[in-house]
Design a protein around this ligand. Structure first.
Ligand code: CUA
Length: 319
C-alpha cells in the first residue's frame, strides 16, 4: 500500500496515466483522495481523543447545557457543501470531456463485443480481433456495440470505460501519449469466460499503424496456419475450444479435422473445410451431439473469408 502511495503520491493506487485525459482525471481523483484522507485523520483522532478527554472519572460532574453554536454549525455545513459543489462541477466537466470527442482529425474505430472477445474494425475495413492498434498522439474514437449481452470496455491506463450494449452504440475517445502496450478488460459480468474477455491496445507510430492495417494485424511473413493460430487466440475461440483434448463449452479442436462427429438430431458427418466454415458463420446449423443448448455467436462480419481460411489451416495442424 505504501509503495503505491509513494509511486504516485498525488493519485494513489492508480496505474500510470497514459492518455491526455488520464492526467486530468488523476488530478480530480487525487483531490478527492487527499481531502478524504485529511478528514479521516481528523475524525478518527477526535473519535479517540474526545471520549478520553471528557471521560467521567471519579467525581460526577453536571453536563453544561448548550443549545447551539451558530459559528460551529455554519462551518461544518459550509465546508462540506463547498467541497461537494467543487467536486460536482469539476467531475461533470471531466465527464463531458471523457465522452464528447474533439472535432477535427479523429481516428474512428468500430468495436464489437461478444461472448467472449473484442474485435476492432478500422476505417479501411480491416478487422483485427483481440488487438487494438492505434496511432500515437492523435485522438481515437471508439464506436462500440455488442452482438449479445452487455459488456463493458475498460482501458485502465487511459482511464476510459463504457458499457457496450446490444442494439445501440456507445463511444469513448482518448489520445494516447506514448508508444506502448496497454491492457483492456471487460468489466461487466457477461458469462462463463467473462474474465478471459481481454484485449491489448498497441499504441504505435503512424508508419507502424499503416503497416499493421496492410497486414491485417498479423506478422508479414507468417504462414497461414500460424496466422490461424493467432486468430484462434485473439478472436476468442480459445475461450470455448481447447487444442489439448479438454472439453470446455465447445468441442476440443484436438484432432478435429477429418474427425467423424455425431450430430444433435441424429446423423453424422466428417469435419472438413465446409463444415468448419459453416460452424463459424452459422454455429447453430449442425451441432455436435452432447453440446446442445450452447449459444456460440456467429462470426459473420467479424472474421472474413481469408481469416476463416487461416483458421481452417490451423485446425488441420492439430493432430
Ligand atoms: Cu464481456 Cu464481461
Amino acid at each position: 500500500m505504501l509503495s503505491h502511495i509513494l509511486l504516485s503520491p498525488w493519485a494513489p493506487f492508480m496505474p500510470p496515466a497514459k492518455s491526455d485525459f488520464a492526467g486530468s482525471l488523476d488530478t480530480l481523483y487525487g483531490f478527492i483522495w487527499w481531502t478524504m484522507a485529511f478528514f479521516f485523520v481528523i475524525i478518527v483522532f477526535l473519535l479517540f481523543y474526545l471520549p478520553y478527554k471528557y471521560r467521567r472519572g471519579d467525581k460526577p460532574t453536571l453536563t453544561p447545557r448548550i443549545t447551539h453554536n451558530l459559528a460551529l454549525e455554519l462551518t461544518w455545513s459550509g465546508i462540506p457543501a463547498l467541497l461537494i459543489i467543487v467536486i460536482a462541477f469539476w467531475g461533470f466537466n471531466l465527464f463531458v470531456k471523457a465522452y464528447v470527442p474533439p472535432g477535427g482529425d479523429v481516428t474512428e474505430i468500430n468495436v464489437t463485443g461478444k461472448q467472449w472477445a473484442w474485435s476492432f474494425e478500422h476505417k479501411d475495413g480491416t478487422v483485427i480481433p483481440g488487438e487494438l492498434h492505434v496511432p500515437v498522439g492523435r485522438p481515437v474514437k471508439l464506436v462500440m456495440s455488442s452482438t449479445d449481452v452487455i459488456h463493458s470496455f475498460f482501458i485502465p491506463d487511459f482511464r476510459v470505460k463504457s458499457d457496450v450494449v446490444p442494439g445501440r452504440y456507445s463511444s469513448i475517445w482518448f489520445t494516447p501519449k506514448e508508444v506502448g502496450d496497454h491492457q483492456v478488460f471487460c468489466t461487466e459480468y457477461c458469462g462463463d469466460s467473462h474474465s478471459a474477455m481481454l484485449a491489448t491496445v498497441h499504441v504505435v507510430t503512424e508508419e507502424q499503424y499503416k503497416e499493421t492495417l496492410e497486414n491485417g494485424g498479423l506478422p508479414k511473413e507468417a504462414p497461414p496456419a500460424q496466422r490461424g493460430a493467432l486468430i484462434y487466440q485473439r478472436a476468442g475461440c480459445v475461450t470455448c475450444h481447447t487444442v489439448d483434448g479438454v472439453r470446455l463449452v465447445g468441442p476440443t479442436f484436438k484432432g478435429i479435422f477429418g474427425r467423424t462427429e455425431q450430430l444433435v438430431g441424429g446423423g453424422s458427418l466428417t469435419v472438413d473445410e465446409n463444415y468448419i466454415r459453416e460452424s463459424i458463420l452459422q454455429p447453430q446449423a449442425k451441432i455436435v451431439a452432447g453440446f446442445e443448448g450452447q449459444q456460440m455467436p456467429s462470426f459473420q462480419g467479424v472474421l472474413n473469408d481469408r481469416q476463416i481460411g487461416w483458421i481452417i489451416e490451423y485446425l488441420k495442424t492439430l493432430k
